[in-house]
Ligand binder design. Structure first.
Ligand SMILES: C[S@@+](CC[C@H](N)C(=O)[O-])C[C@H]1O[C@@H](n2cnc3c(N)ncnc32)[C@H](O)[C@@H]1O
Length: 314
């Protein structure tokens, strides 16, 4: 019995012993030679355990410490999953707009890659999520769309932006993913082009070309997109295709996977169709983060800390 207890004690404190002493070649010899140390470790550990379990609970303090799930926070990993479309109990963009971007995404990107007063551009602004988040954070913002939903969005085809080259500090774009949503009757809407056809990628290549032109060298852009599966037609890896278009002009910084919270993903008939039909429902969107390279003449010079990006800014 006593032997069993002793070996339990040794098992429990072996890591601590190894940390404090050179690892014993023979554990039992070590135990016999240094019993005082083992007892000391056992005593202090029990004290700590008691302190933890006996702590008085303070519900008010616990509530304060609990993160409010609606508050935005810097995402440290490449997997983002947001509890709601908007943060802070406020409205950014319009949740009723089909295809509106979750505002947590913009908040994270702008915190990391921009400074107050800098210019943020969205060439496919939709309901204006980018503009609202940018202005909340004290950035300047310009939005364009062929179907402007509000007065501060310019009626423009993003294949030709009315903006001087190199003016934007950050560009965000969430384009149509093939023909799933009828955004407007405007024939220039890229949502009328099927991702099964080369025209969709040609159009997106021109949009990406304009994003590259208006972005200042050394600064960042992000493109948010989903792949597409059409029953009876097949799977279109739009993410990979657009990423290869981005790579022609930009340096990849990272790829984030954003969990889609679409209602259809939880609906029994959709899930059953996917199971029985041998296909998958789209569970995530890609968020590609890219940087515009510096011109060759400036490439040797180290970019300023402001230009390096990646560090959360308040
Ligand atoms: C996914 S939505 C953008 C959603 C937006 N980020 C938001 O949070 O509301 C895509 C947008 O691209 C716009 N669009 C499609 N083709 C366009 C084009 N050629 N030029 C500008 N905007 C275009 C559509 O009108 C639509 O508003």
């Amino acid at each position: 019995m006593q032997m069993a207890m002793q070996s339990q004690v040794i098992k429990l404190f072996m890591p601590a012993m190894i940390r404090t002493e050179a690892a014993p070649r023979n554990l039992f010899r070590y135990r016999r030679r240094r019993p005082v140390r083992i007892l000391y470790l056992m005593k202090t550990n029990m004290k700590t355990a008691n302190r933890k379990t006996n702590q008085k609970r303070n519900p008010a303090r616990e509530k304060e410490a609990r993160p409010d799930s609606l508050q935005p926070r810097i995402e440290p990993t490449t997997l983002w999953d947001f509890p709601a479309q908007n943060y802070g109990g406020r409205r950014q963009g319009d949740t009723a707009y089909t295809g509106a971007t979750p505002s947590h995404i913009l908040w994270n990107l702008l915190q990391r890659y921009t400074e107050p007063d800098e210019l943020v551009v969205d060439p496919m602004a939709g309901s204006g999520t980018t503009l609202d988040v940018a202005r909340e954070l004290g950035r300047r913002a310009l939005g364009y769309d062929v179907n402007p939903t509000r007065e501060d969005i310019f009626h423009v085809d993003s294949r030709k932006l009315p903006l001087e080259s190199g003016k934007a500090a950050f560009v965000f774009v969430d384009p149509p993913y093939s023909t799933h949503v009828a955004y407007s009757d405007d024939p220039r809407c890229i949502g009328k082009l099927d991702a099964a056809e080369p025209e969709y990628y040609e159009a997106m290549d021109r949009v990406i070309g304009e994003i590259h032109r208006v972005l200042a060298p050394g600064r960042h852009m992000a493109l948010y997109v989903s792949d597409s599966f059409v029953k009876g037609k097949g799977f279109y890896p739009i993410g990979f295709e657009l990423f290869s278009l981005l790579r022609k002009r930009f340096v990849p910084i990272d790829i984030i996977s954003v969990v889609r919270r679409n209602r259809t993903l939880t609906m029994g008939n959709y899930r059953k169709a996917a199971e029985e039909g041998g296909f998958f429902l789209r569970g995530f969107n890609y968020l590609f983060i890219m940087r515009k390279p510096l011109p060759p003449s400036a490439a040797g010079a180290a970019p300023s800390s402001k230009r390096r990006g990646g560090k959360p800014r308040r």
